[in-house]
Write a protein that binds this ligand. Structure first.
Ligand SMILES: NC(=O)c1ccc[n+]([C@@H]2O[C@H](COP(=O)([O-])OP(=O)(O)OC[C@H]3O[C@@H](n4cnc5c(N)ncnc54)[C@H](OP(=O)(O)O)[C@@H]3O)[C@@H](O)[C@H]2O)c1
Length: 242
């Protein structure tokens, strides 16, 4: 029987690249997404035609905490246990500080912090002994974000969560780590104006955005290295805050 990995936000961008990589290494996949059914089906078809692995899709919006129940029920019904959990779905809100509404602030916290915490709590008995959890953090959780206060604060919290969870997951023999990507060429970044993208590239030693595929070695290292626990791996192309 193949290993099984659950990836939240696994149908596009970074999550999709990690899904492809895990499939190439023999994993079956459970991929969640929020709303784009067509992209989700396309992602599943592409993986299955390339690697023949089983791919399960589940619409589970991380801003709606009842999605935790949907995921847990799916695992219960199928009697699935997870080898790997990638907590990748994330949200931002670019309202100015002056105009930020408390509801919008809370929504970002729900998706980036509350959802993963209570998903892990709900999945404690669905994680195999020796399982590995990897969060997608962000370089903007280390350096202050220039636009979105709530994004920077929640991604810093993701990194703190990784370190704090180590002790609480030890009794279950589950390791937890995170990847902090810099600027990755996904839909998330492609919508930025050319001028802003150029400003970002000027701060990077590599002078370009990362491809999602360039991150997958980091996820695999954290999944496979059984001595890595509570680690945040930064992959930023030599970013300089200037
Ligand atoms: N791109 C970057 O430069 C960058 C840098 C650092 C960290 N990150 C982090 O990397 C993660 C993925 O970003 P990405 O750039 O790969 O994004 P992306 O290409 O836009 O892909 C987002 C994926 O997450 C799903 N998703 C979005 N909102 C969701 C929600 N509320 N609930 C469940 N799933 C949701 C999307 O599903 P639908 O298509 O159905 O919406 C899609 O599968 C995020 O946590 C982000 O903060 C990104």
């Amino acid at each position: 029987m193949n290993k099984l990995a659950l990836i939240t936000g696994g149908t596009k961008g970074i999550g999709k690249a990690v899904a492809f990589r895990l499939a190439s290494e023999g994993y079956d996949l459970l991929l969640t997404y929020s709303s784009d059914n067509i992209a989700a089906q396309k992602c599943s078809d592409e993986i299955q035609s390339a690697h023949k692995n089983k791919v399960h899709l589940l619409q589970a919006d991380a801003t709606d905490l009842s999605s935790i129940y949907i995921i847990t029920e799916f695992l219960n019904e199928n009697q699935f246990k997870l080898d790997t959990l990638i907590l990748n779905a994330g949200l931002t809100n670019r309202s100015s500080f002056e105009e930020m509404k408390i509801e919008d602030w809370k929504t970002v916290f729900d998706a980036n912090i509350h959802f993963p915490v209570f998903l892990i709590q709900s999945l404690l008995h669905h994680l195999k002994s020796g399982a590995s959890i990897v969060f997608t953090g962000s370089l903007m959780g280390i350096f202050p974000h220039s636009v979105s206060l709530v994004y920077g604060v929640t991604k810093s919290s993701v990194h703190a969560l990784v370190k704090n969870l180590v002790k609480f997951l030890k009794p279950y023999h589950v390791r937890v780590n995170g990847v902090a990507p810099g600027f990755v060429d996904t839909e998330w970044q492609k919508t930025k104006p050319a001028e802003i993208r150029k400003n970002i590239e000027n701060k990077l030693a590599e002078e370009r955005f990362c491809t999602p595929e360039e991150l997958t070695d980091a996820y695999m290292l954290l999944i496979n290295n059984t001595y890595m626990n509570g680690e945040i791996l930064i992959i930023d192309g030599g970013y300089s805050y200037k």
